[in-house]
Design a protein around this ligand. Structure first.
Ligand code: ZN
Ligand code: ZN
Length: 313
């Protein structure tokens, strides 16, 4: 397969990936925060508003969106929806692995000021828990070095030219104040995905992601500053720069594969264009998040939070 063909394949696989589709609907910072709040037990509009300091209009929009997506539902009371009480649906509860991966990542790389629980406690085994990403087939802990990716663009999910990567105007700025949720935006995650798929040069990323050179170079500079990428001079051609992932960005794999799997199973009901394989066992890599002590899969209602400052009632 020629070089250009492989880049075209990467471009088509990325744009039609379930990861990209999921980030379009959930990759927004406020949306993620509202979901995390729901998993922390927040149910009422005013509690989200006061805990997240989210503008009322924005919060109303996000709750409407999440209800529309059947991730949240309003509680029925005497056959009338009570507008102010929101609960996770089965589909919403399916996002728990993603939430645990966000929690792990933020514990490791986020700032102390982040308003998330400091400890998780597993009722099944009675121990403090660290969520661990494993391969469903062999149950072994998995990292990016254990995976390789097969690309099979899903034509059903291929965006039209005009809608490709639209709705991406998301600020990269770290807003001060209390925050929940992953503070890594959609574009950064897509750039990281492109590097995971083997795009290490500027022109490769630009082609695979369809981003203009000015926007991309701004992006890359920000990501280098935030230590998501390392840029090195290419030893074979000193005019070129080689971009590599860092431990911080490689650690986002768990969130990305869990989100992609959720979107594939629960939202789009379509196979993902990017199919990870677990090199160690040879099976398709289906992520599972387990307790590091008892190795049981984790359910939201069996995990307690400790030391969190949210005053959810
Ligand atoms: Zn495996
Ligand atoms: Zn356990």
């Amino acid at each position: 397969m020629s070089h250009l063909n492989h880049l075209d394949l990467t471009r088509d696989a990325l744009s039609s990936s379930t990861l990209n589709q999921a980030l379009k609907i959930l990759g927004d910072r406020w949306t993620t925060q509202v979901i995390l709040g729901a998993f922390l037990g927040i149910q009422k509009f005013d509690d989200w508003q006061s805990n997240l300091q989210i503008p009322r209009h924005t919060l109303a929009q996000r709750l409407k969106l999440l209800t529309h997506l059947n991730i949240l539902q309003t509680r029925l009371y005497q056959d009338k929806p009570v507008r102010s009480s929101y609960h996770l649906t089965q589909k919403g509860l399916g996002l728990y692995d993603c939430v645990l991966m966000i929690w792990s990542w933020e514990q490791r790389w986020g700032k102390d000021s982040l308003n998330i629980p400091k400890q998780l406690h597993h009722q099944n085994c009675g121990q403090q828990l660290k969520p661990q990403l494993v391969c469903t087939a062999c149950q072994q802990p998995s990292h990016i070095r254990d995976l390789h990716f097969e690309l099979h663009p899903n034509r059903q999910l291929m965006p039209t030219v005009t809608e490709q990567y639209r709705t991406t105007r998301i600020s990269v700025a770290d807003t001060p104040g209390q925050q929940l949720g992953l503070r890594v935006d959609r574009w950064s995650l897509l750039i990281i995905a492109s590097v995971m798929l083997g795009c290490h040069y500027f022109d490769q990323m630009s082609h695979a992601l369809g981003i203009g050179t000015r926007v991309l170079s701004n992006r890359l500079a920000q990501m280098i500053e935030r230590v998501f990428l390392i840029c090195e001079v290419d030893l074979n051609d000193t005019r070129r720069r080689f971009y590599k992932l860092t431990p911080k960005s490689r650690d986002l794999l768990g969130y990305m594969v869990c989100l992609s799997t959720w979107a594939s199973r629960h939202h789009l009901h379509q196979f993902s264009s990017i199919q990870p394989k677990h090199t160690a066992c040879g099976h398709a890599f289906v992520p599972r998040v387990i307790c590091n002590t008892c190795c049981e899969p984790l359910q939201a209602w069996r995990v307690q939070y400790r030391e969190h400052e949210l005053s959810a009632s």
